[in-house]
Design a protein around this ligand. Sequence first.
Ligand SMILES: Nc1ncnc2c1ncn2[C@@H]1O[C@H](COP(=O)(O)OP(=O)(O)O)[C@@H](O)[C@H]1O
Ligand SMILES: [Mg+2]
Length: 578
Amino acid sequence: MKTGALLRFYIDNRKYLPGIVLIVGLSLCSGMLKMLSAAYWGRSLDYGVAGLTQEMLTAAGMMAFFILLDCARTALHYRIIGRITEDMFLGVRVRAFQKLCRASLPDLEQGFRTGDVAARLGGDIDFLSNFSAGHISNFSRVLFSGVFSLTACIFISWQLSIAYLILLPVSLWVVGAISRPIQEQGKRSMDHTGAAMSTAAGAVSGALTVKAFAAEEALCQRFNKAADEAYSQKVRSEKLGMKMTAVKYIATVAQTMSLFLLGSWLVSSGRLTVGGFVSFVALSGYITDCLSQSDYMFKSIRNASASAQRYYEVLDIPDEPTGPVCQPIGGAPAPCAAQNLGFAYSLGGRPVLDGLTLSIPAGKKVAVVGASGCGKSTLIKLICRLHLPLSGSLTLFGAQAEEWAPEKLRAHISLVTQDPCLFGGSFYDNVALGRPGATRAQCEAALRSVRLWDFVCTFPEGMDHPIGEGGQNLSGGQKQRLCIARAMVKQAPLVLLDEPTSALDMQTEREVQQALDRLLEGRSAVIIAHRLSTVQGADYIYVLEKGRVAEEGSPQALLSQRGRYYEMCRLQGLEVGP
Ligand SMILES: Nc1ncnc2c1ncn2[C@@H]1O[C@H](COP(=O)(O)OP(=O)(O)O)[C@@H](O)[C@H]1O
Ligand SMILES: [Mg+2]
């Protein structure tokens, strides 16, 4: 069992240690209180049998006192556990999330799938927090109660204790061996139920495709098959369960009977008092609990170690590399200039950019075109410093890419991509994300500028209207215009457009294009577009092929050159002149 990560987790979260020690201390109290109340119960019985009423009542009073004390302990215990679990869950989760935000894009892209990150931020940390307070409390309570009870039992009657310690593991083993096949059957039934549920989820989320392909019948059959299988496994497991319950019952009764027979013999032969026997029976329950839960305790420690390991895989992602430059160097430098730039996604891998040389002069709109996969989006990622160049140089606002502090550089860049990336929250939340401290007036101006204001005003809450997860309540064009509004409030001098209209129909494209034109006014821009009609107004065009510039010039020059660009325009049915 790898407990290194778990140990590290506790060292990192040592501020909760006093609370955890308190929890364990209270568990110790619980064990002692249980032992004392059982002892006084036996004693009061013995006094009662001997006819000593006064002493019997005193002992019963003591028993009640210890039971009440244990109740108070339980309340305090739950309060502290709840507090620590919630504090820890919040603190640890925030740390993991901050780490994810600071991690570099390549590390994120290589290491994690979306669902996996959700599991690590949710399930794993939830389990760790619960384990640290709730489980530890439960386990230490059961353990202390078991140890104290065993000590007391040995004092009450060592003969009965030995018999009990021989009988208990045997009956636990029998019960365990019996439950295993039932658990396996249950798991198989759950697997089939899971398959049925995922078919149902797919049928709902993909309703459009299901109907379009008339796949209802096929999906129903798949659902029925999985549900049938789950049902028959369940029936089988219940039948098995019924048979096994009988055997389990016999095993438990046999153990109890043997103990009672031996106990009665010890009482009748004067080696044990009636009260002692009753105390013994009461205390032996805690020993049974302790042994029967040991398996679960080890399993929980194993699970917590695995969760801690997964948590540290997130926490150990290195921070994005940074540099000393915090602002543009030397007056109003060109936003971007690449010289013989080379880049590959993996070390020694196929070069995606291979000796690329281009320049984006201040205030100019430069288009980058080329076949799919030629490295256009990769260039955008390099300009955003999401990846660093492998060879050659990339100068951004007068300083080398690697010399920039990433967040300072990105303050000068606005990006609009093909897939509109929106977040849950309102129109305002999404637009204001463009610039820290953006005012409502600035957001309104941006929304007006992209012609979304009238639409926003149709909602009673206006800008505060929630747009649904990922903007699911909006149309494709509205989503994209909202992204443009976000880029607008940023007021960055360099705008990067990575095929922002290629997923839209012609009419919507025109609306979005108008918004884009307004965003580009007075700014430098790199425009990547699939539809060449949208780049004809650019100041300069680079045609990329296999990661390098194959052709460059103004749109008119390239058309008259009758090279690659001319050919691409012709294929798209554009007016290319005589
Ligand atoms: N994250 C990535 N990891 C590895 N390879 C990638 C990654 N992103 C893109 N590529 C590869 O790099 C090449 C260029 O991709 P990209 O820059 O997206 O092309 P374009 O935008 O011109 O269509 C493609 O062959 C693509 O498969
Ligand atoms: Mg691309």
